[in-house]
Design a protein around this ligand. Structure first.
Ligand code: ME8
Length: 664
């Protein structure tokens, strides 16, 4: 095998019983970011996605639509292709399991495993769930439902073919234990270890032929079980076994999937099938958590989760940003907030907070103010002198660290962590401008000082554009356009991430804001005016009415004031409240031993992760009251800014006052 190994990355192939939504888009976008990163580093890359068509639920959906299954599958597969094109997904191939190239490989795998005795004939009697397309054991079923998913099961009794999964338990365990990178994250690896140690049973790999699926070779009465068929897609796309170059792609470096298809299928059945075929196992199988909507898994069957096109249209409408920018804003939210270890709540208000706080206020502001100052103080021409001109050098050294951290995150397959690291540089860029204050230097006639400060800010913006190229490709290219630079050439990652690379003497383009701010005061009304985003989608959650204070009288007496007990509190934890756009649930230490639970209507002004550790002022003797079924044991004091956002009050010297200190 004298070929250079290609970096090979795959998404699940999606069932064509429903259209793509922001859940399937998330897995696809994660893979897209990783594929783009490897290409930028100059590696040969092969990024595969596609559709899984031979499921019983696809046949059922086609019947419901009154269409032949193949015609129905063609139509919905087209929706997936279109959606990925719309989102600028850079897949190198799109595989459909109904294609002849795949049917031939499935038949070949089946034949080979029959020849080794790994596939044999038997009779199956037991439970099957169409929604999960999974066979369940008696112990996995309760009250007619699969315990794992809650989906209905039916009793089936069929003559089938079996795969000898039971023979692979020990080899699987040995491989998992000697390859710590194979199953990630660690919590899922442990789940798989427990699943395998619990004992593997042989698995049914064919079903009665009801006219939809790939026939078992030599036995037209049976079709190959949809999961056995589907997993093989990863091999089909390499050209195995006929194409001499198949092993430049195989084994895949990364299979990225959602958690529900991780343990049983991608981490157990698939590696066992490969072992049976004598083929190497994939480098890493990584499972992410779900987007929940109002606490429940977002799923096409429930119709509770929007399509990317719907969300982008809303963002364009609310912000006035261009559709391409709105697509990257959606990318930003999905990549940044999906969780690998747990689940995450998907909501429009979280998306808007991310848009306003991170994209508009931080990134957009940094780009805009830097270019505006350059135009104002230096004729929009990049100062000459390169890396020499880096003000006090802090931004330069931070940038070096951040480049390394971003690379580490991307190599660890974590685009969300990479984004949060990049935002440290965005924040530091803004902070550096505040401290170097080019406007003051300009006023003092310090031309050199202005040039140093502006060069540092411009270079930070350029490095950020490089780091964002695989993650937010359109935003990165607009940033580069405004900086007067061209597209990032593939393979130039190492060179372009060096501090000091921005050539002097070049004219920048006019600063154009790319993320117009969303006015959150109007969001609720506008949201209501929009046509429902998906049929059957529940209406958006009502905006919480934060209890209005009664109008204050002109004067109160000192005795009235004395009734109010104000104390310094320290925020310990902060999280969003499911279904509430404005509300955060905090625990606050006010010096009483155990912290109080306080609900505050500040979710549109503060990200929960920015709050722990902050000292604030609490009304400690406000009678407890319930909001959204949760008790609030106090109130935080906050001012209101011009746009109606809550701005928390903090002690001027937070270290001097312990939690519980009286405020008068
Ligand atoms: O399972 N949150 O296809 P599928 C996050 N055909 N990701 C989600 C999600 C959510 N709420 N909902 C779906 C299949 N996904 C099989 C796969 S592979 C050989 C065969 C994403 O159409 C996530 O990646 O049900 C999940 O694993 C996948 O879509 C399931 O897509």
């Amino acid at each position: 095998m004298a070929h250079d190994k290609t970096f090979y990355i795959t998404t699940p192939i999606y069932y064509v019983n429903g259209v793509p939504h922001v859940g399937s888009a998330t897995t696809t976008l994660l893979c897209d970011a990783l594929a783009r990163f490897h290409r930028l580093k100059g590696e040969k890359t092969f990024f595969l996605t596609g559709t899984d068509e031979h499921a019983q639920k696809v046949a059922d959906a086609a019947a419901k639509a009154g269409m032949p299954a193949q015609e129905f599958a063609d139509k919905v597969a087209g929706r997936f292709r279109d959606c990925w094109e719309y989102l600028n997904i850079s897949n190198d191939d799109f595989i459909r399991t109904s294609e002849p190239r795949h049917r031939a490989v499935v038949a070949e795998v089946f034949r080979r495993l029959q020849a080794t005795g790994d596939i044999y004939r038997g009779k199956y009697e037991g439970w099957y769930s169409v929604a999960d397309e999974t066979f369940f054991r008696e112990s996995e079923v309760k009250d007619g439902k699969a315990i794992e998913s809650g989906a209905a099961v039916e009793w089936v009794s069929e003559d089938n073919y079996y795969f000898k999964l039971s023979a692979y338990g020990d080899r699987l365990l040995a491989h998992i234990q000697s390859h710590p990178e194979f199953l990630q994250p660690e919590t899922r690896r442990n789940e798989v270890l427990a699943f395998i140690k619990g004992g593997l049973r042989d698995i049914v790999v064919s079903r009665r032929n009801s006219g939809w699926g790939i026939c078992v070779p030599g036995d037209e009465s049976q079709v190959v079980y949809v999961w056995f068929d589907a997993l093989i897609n990863y091999l089909t796309a390499t050209g195995w076994p006929g194409n001499a170059a198949w092993d430049s792609r195989w084994p895949a470096d990364l299979h990225l999937v959602g958690k529900e298809i991780y343990t049983r299928f991608h981490a157990t059945l698939w590696p066992a099938m490969l072992m049976g075929l004598g083929l190497p196992l994939p480098g890493t199988v990584l499972g992410h958590g779900w987007w929940l909507v109002d606490g429940e898994k977002g799923a096409k069957s429930k119709g509770n989760i929007p399509t990317p096109q719907e969300v982008v249209a809303e963002l364009v409408e609310l912000s006035g940003a261009s559709p391409e920018i709105a697509k990257d804003a959606l990318r930003y939210y999905l990549l940044r907030d999906i969780s690998f270890t747990g689940d995450a709540e998907y909501s429009q208000s979280h998306l808007i907070s991310r848009y306003n706080a991170d994209l508009c206020n931080k990134l957009g502001n940094l780009l805009n103010r830097t270019l505006k100052m350059l135009a104002q103080y230096a004729g929009a021409v990049v100062p000459e002198g390169g890396a020499e001109r880096t003000a006090d050098g802090t931004l330069a050294s931070l940038s070096r660290e951040i480049v390394q951290d971003v690379e580490r995150c991307m190599l660890a397959y974590d685009p969300g962590a990479a984004l949060s690291v990049i935002w440290k540089l965005v924040e530091a860029g803004n902070g550096d401008i505040d401290t170097t204050a080019p406007w003051k230097r300009h006023k003092a006639g310090d031309t050199r000082g202005v040039a140093d400060a502006l060069y540092a800010a411009l270079e930070a913006v350029r490095i950020i554009s490089v780091l964002l190229t695989p993650l937010l490709p359109h935003v990165a290219s607009v940033m580069r356009e405004q900086l007067g630079l061209g597209e990032m050439p593939l393979g130039d990652w190492a060179h372009e991430t060096h501090w000091g690379g921005l050539p002097g003497g070049r004219k920048t383009a006019e600063a154009q804001p790319i993320f117009p701010r969303i006015d959150t005061k109007n969001t609720a009304t506008k949201q209501k005016e929009l046509t429902p985003v998906t049929e059957n989608m529940p209406p958006p959650p009502p905006i919480l009415e934060v209890a209005e204070a009664p109008a204050a009288p002109a004067y109160i007496t000192i005795d009235d004031f004395a009734k109010i007990q104000l104390k310094i509190g320290e925020i310990k934890t902060a999280e969003r409240v499911e279904g509430a756009t404005k509300l955060l649930k905090l625990t606050v230490d006010i010096g009483e031993g155990s912290p109080r639970q306080i609900l505050a209507g500040i979710a549109e002004s503060y990200l929960p992760e920015s709050l722990p550790g902050k000292k604030i002022v609490v009304v400690a003797n406000l009678a407890p009251r319930k909001m959204r079924g949760l008790e609030s044991q106090g109130m935080l004091m906050a001012a209101t800014d011009a746009e109606g956002h809550a701005i928390l009050l903090h002690p001027a010297d937070p270290d001097a006052v312990p939690p519980g200190a009286q405020v008068r």
